[in-house]
Write a protein that binds this ligand. Structure first.
Ligand SMILES: NC(=O)c1ccc[n+]([C@@H]2O[C@H](COP(=O)([O-])OP(=O)(O)OC[C@H]3O[C@@H](n4cnc5c(N)ncnc54)[C@H](OP(=O)(O)O)[C@@H]3O)[C@@H](O)[C@H]2O)c1
Length: 295
């Protein structure tokens, strides 16, 4: 029984393939340039391939700021691609696990967002992801959509790797301290997806629908950076002397982001017994792996 992992070279896809194979799953890894989710014929051919029992879509257009200028492409990948996958899965009678984002919310809520809270994206990326979610719900009952947040992994570009690179080269850094969210290690999210895959494989009970999964606890980008430097400083020489806290207004970017996009993860715990660990613990493990790989 085969799992198609789409977006296999991305942060999450890479962890899914590595950990999935370690757990004994037969993984078929697909990504650009050989496989393009925006080509409905390619999608259909792969989904209908022999022995496929599940598709996990970890691919996406993820450039939040660039999306403001590339709306068509963001919608093509995140909305249309999701819809081609869902209709092919419906025809082939197999389920789809899909990943979405905290950026479907506007950040106006003063408490962590639940799955049933109304979406109201502030930017093109969030809008394209929200529309992708809707298409999947319309086309395929047997779906799991997991919204996650502030994702980082050992493979690919992300905030953690950028901070470490900058902290090695600069004495001063300014990081935004008025946006709150939940840093999530891609390895932990991959494990959660594989846990549900294992249950599916054994014919266990699955309640289809939308779930939240992110690291436990919320922080700001500045708080996240502080912890990155504290942990990285144990393994690596840093040049950084001062980490300044600034406001969103002091760091203008193209896309507007939610001020508070923490996610409530109680539903995935109730339905699947999956509980995320504290974000600081997962970050420590990732940094140790990242920096020990260098030496
Ligand atoms: N990163 C975050 O902070 C974050 C936060 C919340 C939710 N998420 C969601 O989590 C999921 C995984 O994110 P990630 O950070 O692992 O993403 P990522 O590292 O950007 O990886 C996405 C992968 O999808 C591939 N891809 C893009 N367009 C494609 C297409 N048309 N056909 C096939 N593959 C395509 C990319 O290839 P190229 O690199 O060649 O474009 C890349 O390998 C996504 O659904 C994302 O929206 C991410």
């Amino acid at each position: 029984m085969k799992i198609l992992v789409i977006g296999a070279n991305g942060q999450l896809g890479w962890e899914l393939c590595r950990r999935g194979r370690d757990k004994g799953f037969d993984i078929l890894a697909l990504d650009l340039p050989d496989f393009d989710i925006t080509d409905p014929l390619q999608v259909q051919r792969q989904v209908h391939g022999a022995g496929v029992f599940l598709v996990i879509n970890a691919s996406a257009y993820t450039a939040v700021d660039q999306a403001e200028a590339q709306m068509e492409l963001a919608l093509k990948v995140n909305r249309d691609g999701a819809s081609y996958l869902a209709s092919s899965c419906a025809q082939a009678k197999i389920p789809l696990f899909h990943i979405s984002t905290d950026y479907v919310f506007d950040g106006a809520k003063k408490a962590p967002y639940c799955e049933t809270d109304p979406v109201c994206p502030l930017g093109v990326y969030g809008k394209s992801k929200a529309e992708g979610e809707d298409r999947i719900r319309e086309l395929l009952k047997e779906h799991i959509i997991i919204r996650t947040a502030w994702l980082y992994g050992v493979h690919g570009n992300n905030f953690v790797r950028t901070m470490i690179r900058l902290g090695r080269g600069q004495e001063q850094l300014r990081v935004v301290n008025d946006q709150y969210g939940c840093p999530t290690f891609a390895g932990d999210l991959a494990d959660a997806l594989l846990e549900i895959s294992g249950r599916l494989c054994k014919g266990g009970d699955i309640t289809w629908g939308t779930y939240h999964y992110c690291g436990k606890g919320a922080t700001t980008w500045h708080g996240f950076a502080e912890m990155i430097f504290e942990l990285a400083g144990k393994h690596s020489q840093l040049k950084l002397k001062e980490l300044q806290a600034i406001t969103t207004e002091q760091y203008p970017v193209l896309a507007k982001r939610p001020a508070m996009s923490a996610l409530d993860c109680s539903l995935i715990k109730t339905r699947f017994g999956i509980s995320p660990r504290p974000w600081q613990e997962a970050l420590g493990e990732m940094i140790q792996r990242l920096l020990s790989d260098e030496s």
